[in-house]
Design a protein around this ligand. Structure first.
Ligand code: FAD
Ligand code: NAD
Length: 467
């Protein structure tokens, strides 16, 4: 029986990063993945293909709606849906090939198969061809990720009632689509399809879109998406969906309990994701699950079995690729006797709509709930020279800071390039810099980042020069 220092189950951002860090530290490492390609949800059906399609559809949207104003007259703009999807597939392939290369480079053994614990220290791996291997490792990391959840009463048939996964391999452009859930997947998928002419309707249970973020972001995003043609209905609870062959129908209630129905070519269910723990043989171990089916870990990310750790979506928290990566490095370096740290409150979130939305630290709602005092500094992109030059004037930055010492408490952005701008705010929060300090460093002109400078200035109690 082959013996390893560390065996990692699942090859998503949690798994492949853990395997590489483990090999870098000199451990004999095994990475097990049930699918044929490495990369997990993120690379195959998550972060990467959605961003490829968001970028393609953004270009198309601008060509149709903005180029003329820039003085670029195109004879005709035609959408080639097949090519758009083919490019997305090529981008995914480049990334999965990149992971194959990294595994070889780091001399990591990769096994294709479904891993299942026989006991606390033995794993059985069943390959696609039915072949079975049994291995032992000193330490295990479970990084089996998550899969789409649904609503009780709604069966995802993958034909007319689909999830983001099926939406990424459609054969032709949908004419109409109802999206259940106005969270991150809901608004990113709505953007992709609306930009190329699909009639999109979002039905969201909460009172805001992207309701886990600062509510001012969701409010602003809603206005922008409605202007772009997406229909958005908040406070709608969808309880049933049915496939009618060439279309699908949903039934939902509004906040007064009034029942309504809606029909479209596709219904896309985006109501959250659930931990992937089936067929892992956890019943043969002492690993505990919480009532939501997620693996319970302590602060060291250790399960109830000391030599079995778990990271990423399977333990819950923010279901983000970079959160899984941080946890992977944290666990391997802890096993190695190092003293790494993770500040969960300083992990940024990004929504890749256009404009993009990003956030780090506390939201205003959280500060109110905690009874903490704060100052607010907001500044609109419409007053920024670079944004006007680029025709990207929607959105704002909102900085929340401690009124006494000026420490940054939260930074929330909706605006062009928000995904990249947030990195600077993360540095500010991580090193407990004050809003005043952040406003007194030099920002190149003209840049979108100057909207941050203005917001830090206002949050620190001084007036902006530019508004
Ligand atoms: P996963 O990536 O889910 O990987 C788990 C792997 O384990 C899978 O490959 C699975 O096949 C394998 N596995 C499961 N069980 C077994 C078993 N028993 N044996 C062997 N292998 C097994 N996050 C971001 O940060 N940015 C984004 O832009 C973003 N976009 C997203 C878009 C979509 C449409 C979706 C669905 C998600 C997106 N996410 C994004 C979330 C991100 O994909 C996840 O947070 C991330 O993939 C979690 O990584 P993980 O390693 O925990 O699990
Ligand atoms: P989510 O939790 O962000 O949003 C789900 C939404 O569905 C919620 O707003 C909820 O109120 C709504 N909902 C639930 N039941 C409903 C019902 N019956 N009727 C109407 N609305 C209902 O989940 P998601 O959008 O599915 O995304 C799953 C995970 O994937 C998230 O945790 C997210 O972090 C991750 N993800 C991240 C990115 C990114 O980082 N850019 C992109 C996509 C996905």
């Amino acid at each position: 029986m082959e013996q390893y220092d560390l065996a990692v189950i699942g090859s998503g951002p949690g798994g492949y990063v853990a395997a590489i860090r483990s090999a870098q530290l000199g451990y004999k490492t095994l990475l097990i993945e049930k699918y044929d390609t490495l990369g997990g949800t993120c690379t195959n059906v998550g972060c990467i293909p959605t961003k490829a399609l968001l970028d393609s559809t953004h270009h198309y949207y601008d060509a149709v709606n903005k180029f003329q104003t820039h003085g670029i007259d195109l004879e005709s703009v035609k959408l080639n849906f097949e090519q758009m999807y083919k490019r997305k597939t090529d981008v995914v392939l480049k990334n999965t090939q990149g992971l194959d290369y990294l595994m070889k480079k780091n001399k990591i053994t990769c096994m294709q198969g479904t891993a299942s614990f026989i006991d606390n220290s033995t794993l059985e791996i069943t390959a696609g061809d039915g072949g079975i291997s049994v291995i032992k490792a000193d330490q295990y990391i479970i990084a089996t990720g998550s899969k789409p959840a649904s609503v009780p009463g709604i069966e995802i048939d993958k034909k007319r009632i689909i999830t983001s996964t099926e939406a990424l391999s459609l054969q032709e452009q949908p004419k109409s689509m109802i999206i259940i859930g106005g969270g991150v997947i809901g608004v990113e998928m709505a953007s992709i399809f609306n930009r190329i002419g699909t009639q999109v309707t979002i039905l969201e249970y909460a009172g805001e879109l992207i309701a886990n973020m600062d509510h001012d972001l969701g409010k602003n995003l809603k206005k922008i998406l409605i202007k772009e043609g997406i229909q958005i209905h908040l406070q709608k609870s969808v309880y049933k969906a049915e496939n009618f062959g060439n279309s699908a129908k949903v039934w939902f209630k509004d906040s007064n309990g009034q029942e309504q129905e809606l029909e479209a070519e596709y219904v896309l269910v985006a109501v959250g994701r659930k931990a992937n723990t089936q067929n892992l043989g956890l019943e043969n171990t002492e690993v505990q699950l919480n009532p939501k089916g997620m693996i319970v870990v302590n602060e060291e990310l250790q399960t109830s079995v000391p030599n079995i750790y778990a990271v990423g979506d399977v333990i819950g928290g923010a279901m983000l690729a970079h959160k899984a990566e941080e946890e992977a490095v944290f666990v391997v370096e802890s096993i190695n006797g190092q003293k790494p740290h993770i500040h969960y409150n300083r992990i940024p979130s990004v929504v890749y709509t256009w404009p993009e939305v990003s956030s780090v630290g506390y939201t205003e709602e959280e500060l109110k709930q905690k009874g903490l005092e704060y100052t607010v500094g907001t500044f609109p992109f419409s007053a920024n020279a670079r944004a006007r030059a680029g025709m990207d004037t929607e959105g704002f930055v909102k900085v929340l800071a401690d009124p006494k010492y000026g420490e940054l408490l939260g930074v929330h952005i909706i605006g062009a390039r928000a995904a990249d701008l947030i990195a600077q705010a993360v540095v500010g929060l991580e090193y407990e810099v004050t809003a005043d300090d952040m406003s007194r460093i030099s920002y190149a002109h003209p840049t979108y980042a100057e909207v941050l400078k203005e917001s830090y200035t206002i949050a620190s109690g001084r007036p902006s020069i530019n508004i």
